[in-house]
Write a new protein. Sequence first.
Length: 361
Amino acid sequence: MKKVVLVTGANSGIGLALCERLLSQDAQLQLCLACRNMQRAEAARQTLLVSHPQAQVTLLHLDVGNMRSVLSAAEEFKQKYNRLDYLYLNAGIMPNPRVDHKAFYKGLFSSNVVRMFATGEGLLTQEDKVTPNGLQEVFATNLFGHFLLVRELEPILCQMDHNSLVIWTSSSNAQRSAFSLDDIQHQKGREPYSSSKYASDLLSLALNHHYNNRGLYASVICPGLVMTNLTYGILPSFFWTLIMPIMWLIRIFTSTFTLSPYNGAEALFWLFMQKPESLDPMAKYHSLTSGLGNNYTQPHKVRTDNQVPSLIYFSLILCSWQTLASKLTCIAFKVHISYCFPWQSNVRLALLSPCSTVRYL
Ligand SMILES: NC(=O)c1ccc[n+]([C@@H]2O[C@H](COP(=O)([O-])OP(=O)(O)OC[C@H]3O[C@@H](n4cnc5c(N)ncnc54)[C@H](OP(=O)(O)O)[C@@H]3O)[C@@H](O)[C@H]2O)c1
């Protein structure tokens, strides 16, 4: 049976490198690139077809920060495929990142210097905004949209005859200190990225708790520090090129400087080679590159208090209800419009959404 793999944020960086590696490993794969920009998605597809001309690569329009897009993408995917073996939740944003220069110079001359470079802890702040769905953008994109996608794809992820794996791309910047259960969208702080990534670590644990008995397994990875559009948003690419020799040197002490998207995708690729049920449900798998340039994957336990993962899980379910409830109001309005003005009807939307909502209630 051909495996079906869906990768979000597949048109660049780590996502695209992962797709290359997956196709090199299994030419029979049915690979679906889920992207928000179809031009960039098509360019990525063409790049993949150059090295794998026979590959089956399809595109799915998905803006993971937009809840309506998530629902219709999931619907479209379920119509095309009747199984899903690997779901890579890789799309992510770090909008308007700022480096805290004071913390940088302080850290530079402290014993914490390697850790500071490896995790960006305390160094990075971002400016978040609110999406048209009324959610914080970083939360919606990095966490909630992906969670909704998992829930919507549940019927093809949870099947009796085979196990499936959902894999989150997290970060070493996922800091417990940036996350609060009272503010899961991180409306009050200045580290929404760190908060969303820590929540995705815990959500992976919670998904294992709630879904393993139905054949769905979850895992989370950290790609290390990788040169991609995301890092070029923090500092310009010429600066990174300038300090590259220093980073190669630091790699001798910390293998977390994977630097290239190919290396960064190591743990994502390694998970593809494992049996989902053999993985540690409490682990975060790290892509690492040694001083000599060898890639390997290492698990580390995710640090948390027992109840927190489930509390995040239920908070997100509640958030889904709220989002879909406001959508229902909108649907009721549309049904009313189509009743009064039949020539204006948008019946497809009206039919699609209650089905999704019923599964949540
Ligand atoms: N680079 C690092 O050092 C590093 C470290 C730790 C974790 N990560 C994580 O690795 C993942 C991949 O990032 P990357 O480094 O490869 O950066 P990247 O090249 O910027 O890739 C991010 C991908 O996510 C997509 N994306 C962003 N917002 C989206 C949305 N609303 N809907 C659908 N797709 C969306 C982007 O699409 P567009 O091209 O349309 O923007 C792009 O394809 C992210 O989750 C990131 O947080 C990266």
